[in-house]
Design a binder for this molecule. Structure first.
Ligand code: NAD
Length: 497
């Protein structure tokens, strides 16, 4: 484990020097494995800086990792639940003690602000604790013993779970899968994104080192590694968070083994603003819901519907807030939001903005760079609002995943609901109104896995709220008791009297 070197690297990014690399290995069967070629992880806010190199695995590493997980699964499943919970609690506690240092490293690999990175780590740990708390009530065997029969229903682990995760909030998104999988007695092979593999690789390794060999395995890599993992016949459960396009490929590949799947995919979340909205309260929260992490959040606000009668007021209120935003390196204290993850991602979003302007939209560029930022040295974009687009505009229809949002006028609430639902996506949504009864009524008509009232950001989530999407936004739910049930099979045994 190279924790010492990570710690040394932790706090020096704003000095401007090229940073010493931090190595990340594969972790298979309780051991570090150096893998094939090493891949550079670059700071998206200072792309000349190599934050770390990680070992890129291949299909052979996937095979070794799955075989290790398969060897470990019976022993882990047979470990009494209270023992599993105790050792996992110790593992979470170890992660919690490193949150501050890991947060700095995370900001350097995925560009988030220090607050965003700290939240990813600390919420990940808190979510793990929530699953530990819930587990006994959910996983205990149920027994029905009456004059008809003696029936027992056991909730058994599925087996080896393949967990494939993205780069934007790698810790909490991995723990949403890892915690219920391990608690329920499964063993895992995790494939992080090559764009942000370092911190989650270290978190997983620190957890894995406290567990029996083979219970937690990590193989870094891209589509070839992910594809090999999904296709392996011993992988009985695949849980994926990422884009719809890759989710569709995974669903098709998992069919070959009838593997159980959970998919947390993209979103195009609508915010439906009603005519009685309290703009003083709403505008800062809406702005946060749109631009946190430069809009690179699966359930960021990606479309804003406003009553025509208040359109200009709403736009002005959001503009006033966003104009105060400062874009810079995630570790610069002045920064409101950081860079896009890659130059290609920025180019894609800039293309959407250009075409929205060409299609008749009015593009409002807002905010400013921070004083210290090296603008050309990172993948930065200033925040934009686009007005004057119709429902059929490209920027309204696609998931932009960047710091730009269309504001669309509507004439009555039925039309707003119809436009909000007019999408293949259905992750989250929100309704904004001073009348919460009315807001609940409109919320109930939206097609989504979750709907927030008068907020729509990471802080709007609760551990009591199942998380997941409808339509192309996914299959299954994470968090809550439902999240645990994604990693069990029911085994019923019945003796008829
Ligand atoms: P992505 O789909 O490109 O990659 C996600 C993961 O899949 C990465 O680890 C990647 O290496 C791997 N992968 C890529 N091709 C693969 C293949 N053919 N087989 C197996 N694995 C493969 O997504 P991304 O760019 O990392 O993340 C952004 C997307 O993820 C956005 O659409 C966003 O909305 C979505 N997302 C959804 C949630 C959610 O909870 N619903 C959360 C975060 C991000």
């Amino acid at each position: 484990m190279n924790a010492g070197r990570d710690d040394e690297n932790g706090g020096t990014v704003m000095g401007g020097s090229v940073l010493q690399a931090t190595d990340g290995d594969l972790f298979i069967d309780g051991r570090a494995v150096s893998g094939g070629r090493r891949v550079e992880v670059r700071d998206p806010g200072r792309t000349a800086d190599v934050v770390a190199t990680v070992a890129e695995g291949g299909p052979e590493h996937v095979r070794l990792a799955v075989e290790a997980a398969d060897r470990a699964r019976r022993g882990w499943a047979a470990t009494p639940l209270d023992r599993r919970l105790a050792v996992l609690l110790a593992a979470v506690t170890a992660v919690e003690q490193r949150v501050d240092r890991l947060a700095v490293l995370l900001s350097r690999e995925n560009g988030g602000t220090r607050i965003e990175s700290t939240m990813d780590l600390s919420r990940g740990a808190a979510l793990f604790r929530d699953f530990l708390r819930r587990a006994p009530g959910v996983l205990d065997e149920r027994v029905v013993d009456n004059d008809q029969h003696r029936l027992t229903v056991a909730r058994r682990p599925v087996g080896v779970a393949g967990l494939i995760v993205p780069w934007n909030s790698p810790v909490v998104l991995t723990i949403s899968k890892l915690a219920p999988a391990l608690i329920a007695g499964n063993t895992v092979v995790v494939k992080p994104s090559l764009l942000a593999p370092v911190v989650i690789g270290q978190v997983l390794r620190s957890i894995g080192e406290l567990l029996p060999d083979g219970v937690v395995n990590v193989v870094h890599g891209g589509a070839a590694v992910g594809g090999a993992l999904v296709a392996h016949p011993r992988v009985r459960k695949v849980s994926f968070t990422g884009s719809v396009a890759v989710g569709q490929q995974i669903m098709a590949a998992a069919a070959g083994n009838v593997a159980r799947i959970s998919l947390e995919l993209g979103g195009n979340d609508p915010a439906v603003v009603l005519d009685d909205v309290d703009l003083d309260a709403a505008a800062p929260l809406l702005a946060r819901g749109i631009y946190t992490r430069a809009g690179q959040v699966c359930f960021a606000v990606k479309r804003v519907y406003v009553p025509r009668s208040r359109h200009d007021q709403v736009v002005e209120a959001i503009r006033a807030v966003v104009d105060g935003f400062r874009v810079g390196h995630g570790l610069d204290g002045e920064t409101t939001f950081g860079p896009l993850i890659t130059a290609a991602a920025r180019e894609r979003v800039e293309g959407l903005v250009r075409r929205a302007g060409a299609a008749g939209g009015t593009v409002h560029q807002l905010g400013r760079p921070t004083a210290a930022v090296d603008w050309d040295g990172g993948n930065f974009m200033l925040p934009r609002l686009v007005t004057g687009l119709g429902q059929d505009a490209e920027l309204v229809a696609v998931e932009q995943f960047g710091p730009v949002v269309p504001v669309i006028a509507y004439d009555d609430v039925d039309q707003a609901v119809a436009m909000a639902n007019d999408s293949e996506f259905g992750l989250c949504s929100s309704v904004w109104s001073a009348d919460t009864g009315r807001a609940f009524e409109v919320a109930g008509r939206l097609e989504a896995g979750g709907t927030f009232i008068n907020s729509h950001n990471v802080s709007s989530l609760s551990f009591d709220m199942p998380f997941g999407g409808v339509k192309h936004s996914g299959l299954g739910r994470e968090r809550t008791d439902l999240g645990l049930l994604e990693y069990v099979e029911e085994h019923a045994i019945r003796l008829a009297h």
